[in-house]
Design a binder for this molecule. Structure first.
Ligand SMILES: NC(=O)C1=CN([C@@H]2O[C@H](COP(=O)(O)OP(=O)(O)OC[C@H]3O[C@@H](n4cnc5c(N)ncnc54)[C@H](O)[C@@H]3O)[C@@H](O)[C@H]2O)C=CC1
Ligand SMILES: O=C(O)CCC(=O)C(=O)O
Length: 532
């Protein structure tokens, strides 16, 4: 299995990958920018692609690597360089490593804040240039100043903790910040306008989204204190670059520090490079030994786990599935897939909606994974690449609603999964199943509400017929004549002389001629071979 490491990650991560049996690790640092067609050539057939922020994993890259591509790993937080939608379409898990570079980025932010308060970079530069600029390089203190933190997530919170140690007051703006967390952090949660109006220092720590793009611009800067200091170690574009330049020029903004830019790398002749009171770093937030070791190893482990069919952690395009959850839901997944596939194959009309009901002790399990398992099975014969990642998206694209219910109603089983398909003609097709015995064997225990007991795998002949004498014999002899062995048979009927349901598990498929003969028996209402 080829693992393409497109950006330089820590050698600990690369060594971990190289130690994995069956992995061919291809290191292609810088190739994305230097020779894109060679990069695409290398991407072809990769099971995983690992990046930091230099290489982009676009739809074209994903299409090129598909269908082998299973995982895209981002050694870092921001996934703006990965087309997650395309990855989902192709059933590829996208994972990042939140947390691994939090401290590194919080510390760099604080470095920028300190350099915004005291002109250390300017002082260092003047000393290199042989000057002694004591008189013009005065600064101010962080102590007793107000810091406005926009985005009180992992990094924002770490910055706030450090600011408190420096004796700063902290205002926080984050629409998703709970009152409890604000209290625990000792920060005052406020609206954005209040933060802008009352802060001496403002730092942003949120992703670049439609809501955050240009959040700090000429208009909002005008509402800030004169001499405010601005910092961005999150994503370029949150602070409007032209407006920042103008505000630095006018002195409205006394100092600023940036680690990230609307376009990276920053152009050689970008006006930022000569702006006064502006400290720039080349996207160094995560560039500490510790952070890189942490995210490099973490992403190598996460990618390996996904490729080997293990737990999925920190996935951004599907719910993560830790080893423990996987262990608990694992035994149900074959059953789920079989039930989904069964209703899809048994429906004679166009299906308009799926209804899934979980009853009994299963309601405590991770329903999302089970539902994805059912839908994956449902889509088996509809979409060639349906998997856990893209199952829900494919259903949405097909316009098929999925209702999920957790029921407290008692059933004959300690746990029961029921999958019902509502068809265009108003008829429902349903299959119910459970796990039995110590080995947690999957069993289909009802079809269309009729009790059966069938092991759901291989070839199954499902027959509905009017309950008449000798039908089973007739069917058996046609199957035997066709040279097919019946492994098991389950019979059920609603009432004597009513409608009977026969399910024959077959060792191999029936010929068309045998199927025609079965269908020609007058009492047979429906006969279908399903493959699970
Ligand atoms: N400079 C660098 O090298 C690095 C930059 N980053 C960037 O820093 C940013 C923050 O990272 P983390 O703290 O790890 O992420 P996080 O997900 O823990 O925190 C982001 C916070 O932003 C908040 N938020 C979302 N939309 C918002 C809005 N419209 N207004 C205000 N707040 C909003 C969220 O509620 C969340 O609390 C990300 O953009 C990440 O890509 C992260 C690591 C390194
Ligand atoms: O990999 C890097 O150095 C960039 C880190 C970053 O921006 C992030 O994790 O969001």
């Amino acid at each position: 299995m080829k693992i393409l490491v497109a950006d330089k990650i820590s050698s600990i991560g690369v060594d971990f990958l190289k130690q994995q049996e069956g992995f061919e690790v291809v290191e292609a640092y810088g190739l994305y920018k230097e020779d894109y067609s060679k990069f695409l050539e290398l991407a072809k057939g990769s099971s995983a692609i690992i990046v930091r922020s230099d290489s982009k994993v676009t739809r074209e890259v994903i299409e090129t690597a598909a269908p082998e591509l299973k995982a895209i790993g981002r050694a870092g937080v921001g996934v703006d360089n990965i087309d997650a939608e395309a990855a989902t379409d192709y059933g590829v898990v996208v994972m990042n490593t939140p947390g691994g570079n939090t401290i590194a980025t919080a510390e760099l932010t604080f470095t920028h804040m300190l350099c915004g308060a005291r002109p250390v970079p300017q002082g260092a530069q003047s000393m290199r240039e042989g000057r002694w600029d004591r008189k013009i390089l005065g600064g101010s203190e962080l102590f007793k100043k107000t810091l406005g933190v926009c985005g009180m997530g992992r990094i924002g919170a770490e910055v706030a903790k450090r600011a408190k140690a420096f004796g700063m007051e902290i205002l926080a703006y984050d629409p998703y910040l709970s009152a409890n967390k604000a209290e625990a952090l000792g920060v005052e949660a406020v609206e954005l306008e209040e933060l802008f109006a009352n802060s001496d220092y403002i730092t942003v720590h949120m992703p670049l989204t439609d809501a955050t793009r240009g959040m700090i611009n000429a208009e909002s800067i005008a509402t800030m204190k004169d001499g405010v200091r601005l910092f961005n170690c999150a994503r370029g574009g949150i602070i409007n670059e032209e407006d920042l330049l103008a505000a630095l020029e006018s002195g409205k903004v006394a100092a600023a520090g940036l680690d990230v830019y609307a376009s990276e790398p920053l152009a050689e002749d970008h006006p930022f490079r000569s702006a006064k009171n502006l400290n720039l770093t080349p996207h160094l937030g995560a560039s500490t030994e510790e952070a890189q070791e942490s995210v490099g190893l973490e992403i190598a482990e996460s990618v390996t786990s996904v490729i080997r069919g293990g737990g999925i952690r920190n996935a951004i395009n599907m719910p993560s599935l830790d080893e423990q959850t996987l262990k608990t839901v694992g035994p149900y997944l074959d059953l789920c897939s079989a039930l989904g596939s069964l209703v899809q194959q048994l429906a004679l009309e166009k299906i308009e909606k799926l209804k899934i009901t979980y009853s009994g002790k299963i309601v405590d399990l991770d329903a999302n994974s089970l539902t994805r398992g059912i839908i994956k099975g449902f889509l088996k014969d509809i979409s060639s690449n349906a998997n856990f990642v893209n199952a829900l998206v494919i259903m949405e694209r097909l316009g098929l609603n999925v209702d999920v219910l957790k029921s407290s109603e008692e059933t004959d089983y300690t746990e029961l999964i029921k999958v019902e398909a509502e068809c265009a003609n108003g008829e429902n097709v349903s299959a119910e199943g459970t796990l039995i015995g110590k080995g947690n064997s999957p069993r289909v225990v009802a079809i269309n509400g009729r009790e059966v007991e069938v092991e759901p795998h291989g070839c199954m002949l499902v027959i509905a017929n009017s309950d008449e004498l000798g039908i089973v014999g007739k069917i058996g002899s046609i199957i035997g004549k066709d040279g097919v062995n019946i492994a098991a048979m389950s019979l059920s009927r609603n009432e004597v002389g009513g409608v009977a349901l026969n399910i024959a598990s077959l060792d191999s498929d029936l010929s068309d001629a045998a199927m025609d003969e079965i269908k020609s028996i007058e009492a047979i209402k429906q006969a279908k071979v399903v493959h699970l």
